[in-house]
Design a protein around this ligand. Structure first.
Ligand SMILES: [Zn+2]
Length: 516
């Protein structure tokens, strides 16, 4: 046991522990154990790699692990971004993951930015219908002439005889820019530190012996403030279970007054399970220790999934598959996403996905790496599943304001080599090019019908993969962004609401003109 020690490289540490500690060492009885997940984003089913090793844990195995733990006082917490992401989540607007959260028996869930992905009313509806304790002490409703009010419960209190635990939730201020603004109408995201201080005094007055913050805040430098700063600036918090930055951490933060808080976060996509162990000291205080268990560790992999939970998940998967068979549009013509063409030319499907991103964001232009496009759609009836197979990755549409110089550099980079996933599909722009080497060089570029001005700025729709510098598009990483729907949602909204003439206009218009 590494009591109250700061441990950063938990994967390594877990590996060592897994090698040298008998499995029973994880079955010790504590005063309280907290199991935690975050940023699951729809990865609810178990998955294995090519060698058969478990890579994603699965909720059915989670249920078995929590149930088998001999500690009587247990909490299961999720630090947010659980209702939105993979198509399993978006298929029924959050309903399928919501059902699973309630069946596994989560005690509390931080309200992540993506929880607002279907609008605030839908979040409240799902929380209510499935009795899910989404918490947030810093998302408030603002209405003229009315006092500020929480939209979700800010905290909850759990008591077991001589132990009372207070849990409160915090949401990232980035929610302001990381969901479609229409989802946040009438809401304000308050300062998490101030909200935390209020919650600690409230929970102390309610007799909490231990205070846990379940936060969708993140611990990376771009998270302002980060969960580590909150731990430092809010005395009284004992444990922060965090999400948002997809980090794997268990770190003790010491404060000036000698007190400390443990911050723990378990990566993303349910590849790890976090566990915090709480033990009462002889002096009446508590010690906290933490471990992150990757899917491939024996104490996870050797657990048989809970059969009832497994059956429920299979039933929901069947429901999901049925949903994917629903016909949602009639394609007026073939939409070309064939790898051999989409990676070397502008195709009508590439242009339509870009037009959909513009429709979703109000951008001047859109650019998509053609590696995102995985399938074609033949003319005729199209199912939800067929649309999904075009854009299966769950990437999000991002809007940035980019200089003309960088926009030109981005297109030049993408066009310079054909055949790779970096090759750009675009709309809202027209490029006249000549062949050069293995690709094209730009002779002239217009945006919205006007010649590109290198000193001007343009609203450009891209996606999260490109914004992280994927496919060599490093020029995007420095820009602040606003996040919208997933690419697949934007595409689906567009093709199911535009008529055949509008789709035909995009399909028939060339934007990549080869001059030689
Ligand atoms: Zn998030």
């Amino acid at each position: 046991m590494f009591n109250r020690k700061s441990v950063k490289n938990l994967i390594w540490m877990t590996f060592v522990l897994a090698l040298f500690l008998p499995i029973s060492a994880f079955g010790a009885v504590h005063d309280l154990v907290i199991y935690h997940t975050n940023d699951v984003h729809g990865y609810v089913f178990e998955a294995r790699d090519g060698e058969g090793r478990l890579t994603n844990i699965g909720y059915d195995r989670l249920k078995a692990i929590v149930d088998a733990d001999p500690t009587p006082r247990k909490l299961l917490l999720d630090a947010g971004d659980v209702l939105h992401g993979q198509s399993f989540t978006t298929a029924k607007r959050g309903e399928l993951p919501a059902i699973l959260l309630s069946l596994v028996g989560y005690d509390a869930i931080a309200t992540g930015n993506h929880e607002f992905g279907y609008g605030q009313e839908r979040l409240l509806e799902l929380a209510d219908k499935y009795r899910l304790n989404f918490l947030s002490a810093n998302v408030v409703k603002i209405a003229e002439g009315e006092p500020e009010s929480y939209i979700l419960p800010p905290y909850l209190v759990r008591s077991w005889g001589d132990l009372t635990v207070g849990i409160f939730g915090l949401s990232t201020p980035e929610t302001r820019t990381s969901t479609d603004p229409r989802n946040l109408v009438g809401l304000e995201i308050k300062d998490p530190v101030e909200a935390g201080i209020n919650m600690v005094s409230r929970l102390k007055s309610l007799g909490a012996d231990i205070i846990i913050a379940v936060t969708h805040i993140g611990s990376e430098p771009y998270c302002i403030p980060s969960s580590l700063e909150i731990a430092e600036k809010v005395p009284g918090i004992d444990v922060i279970i965090d999400g948002h930055s997809h980090s794997i951490i268990t770190e003790e933060i010491k404060r000036g007054d000698g007190s400390a808080a443990l911050v723990a976060s378990a990566g993303s996509s349910f590849r790890n399970l976090g566990k915090v162990m709480v033990d009462r000291n002889e002096d009446g205080g508590f010690s906290f220790s933490a471990i992150t268990l990757p899917a491939s560790s024996p104490e996870i992999e050797q657990v048989e999934p809970d059969p009832a939970m497994n059956a429920a998940m299979t039933a929901l998967k069947t429901e999901f598959d049925k949903e994917m068979d629903v016909v949602i549009m009639n394609a007026p013509f073939d939409l070309d996403g064939a790898r051999e063409r989409v990676r070397s030319s502008s195709t009508n499907l590439g242009r339509i996905i870009c037009a959909a991103s513009i429709e979703a964001t109000g951008a001047d232009a859109a650019l998509l790496n053609s590696g995102s496009v995985r399938d074609s759609i033949p003319a005729g009836e199209v199912t939800k599943g067929e649309l999904l197979s075009v854009l299966p990755f769950g990437n999000y549409v991002y809007l940035i304001e980019i200089t003309g110089d960088d926009l030109l550099a981005a297109l030049n980079h993408g066009l310079s080599v054909t055949g790779s996933g970096a090759f750009p599909q675009f709309w809202g722009m027209e490029a006249v090019v000549r062949t050069e080497g293995e690709g094209f060089a730009i002779e002239s570029l217009t945006v919205g019908g006007k010649a590109l001005d290198s000193n001007d700025t343009y609203k450009l729709a891209i996606n999260d993969f490109l914004h992280s510098g994927g496919d060599g598009y490093g020029m995007f990483t420095k820009y602040d962004y606003r996040e919208f729907a997933t690419l697949e949602e934007a595409f689906r909204n567009f093709v199911t609401t535009q008529d055949a003439a509008a789709l035909g206009a995009v399909s028939d218009t060339q934007v990549l003109i080869i001059a030689d």
